[in-house]
Design a protein around this ligand. Sequence first.
Ligand code: CP
Length: 310
Amino acid sequence: MPTPQFSDFVSIRDFSKDQIISILRRAAQMVPYASGEKRTDAMRGRILGTLFYEPSTRTRLSFESAMLRLGGSVTGFSTPAGTSVEKGETLSDTVRMTEAYTDALVIRHPLEGAARLAADISSKPVINAGDGAGQHPTQTILDLFTIQEAKGRIEGLNIVLVGDLRFGRTVHSLAEALSLFGANITLIAPPSLQMPRDVIAQIESNGVKPKTSASLEEAVADADILYVTRIQKERFADAAEYAKLSGSYRIDTKLLAHARSTLSVMHPLPRVNEIAPEVDRTEHSLYFKQAANGVPVRMAILSMILGAEI
Ligand code: CP
C-alpha cells in the first residue's frame, strides 16, 4: 500500500507551495478518471464518511463522485436532521463513532475550528469541507487548478476578490494560497465585510501586499480573474444588516464592458444575485467549469490522503 502523502486536510496554512503543486499535478492526472473516460478500482474496499452539518451541493456531491470514481464507497449524512446529533450527541462523539465505520472523514460544520477539533480526535484522516467563516481548503485547490488550467499560471496574475470577504471562507484560504504563488491581489468589500486581519497578515507574511479598491469598474479593468462571493446570509445575526448588504455588488455585462476580453469570472457557488445570468453566456464565465473541477481535485486529495496508487 503506498504511503499517504498527508494526514489531514484542515487548513491551507498546513501546506507548502510544493505540496499544493503536487496536488495540482495529481488532479491533472485524475481528469480522465473523473470524466469516466478511464476507470480505476484503486480505492476498492475503502469507505469515505461525509459529515455535513451545513447544506452543500457541490462539495458533498463532488466528494462522493470522487470516491465512487476511485472505486470506493461513501456513507454519511447531508444534514444532522435524522441523526443522533438531534438527541444531543457531541461533535467529538460523532467523530469517534464515524471514524470507526470509515477510512476518512469529510466534515462541514458551522463552527470555525470544528474540522481541526475533528482531526485532533480522529485517528483517521479528516478533510475540512468548510468550517464556519474559517476556511474551505479543498475549494482553494480546485480554484487554483481552474486558474492554472485557464491561464497557464498563477504567478503575476491580477486577481480581484469581491463580496463578503469577512465571512466567505473560500476567499480566506484562496487569498492565502494565491499569495504563496505570487499573484497580485485586490480586495473589494463593504466596510463591515472586509478581509479578516489574520488573513491579511498571512498574505503579507507570504510576501504579497494586497490592494484594496472601492471601485469595481476600476479593479476589473486590468484584472485577469474576478472572484465573486455571495454575501453569507447564514453568518449574519441581524437580518436587516444582511438585507442592507445583499445587493452590494452585481456582475453583469455592463460592468464587464470595462474588462479585458480575457477576464475570467469565478465564483465558488451557489450564487444568489451577485452574477447576472447573462454573464453565463459570455467568454468571461468560468464558474461552472470551476465547480466541475471539484471531482478531479477531490480525487487527487482522497488518493493522496489515503495512499492510493492510480
Ligand atoms: N462551493 C461550495 O462549497 O458549494 P456548496 O456549498 O454547494 O458545497
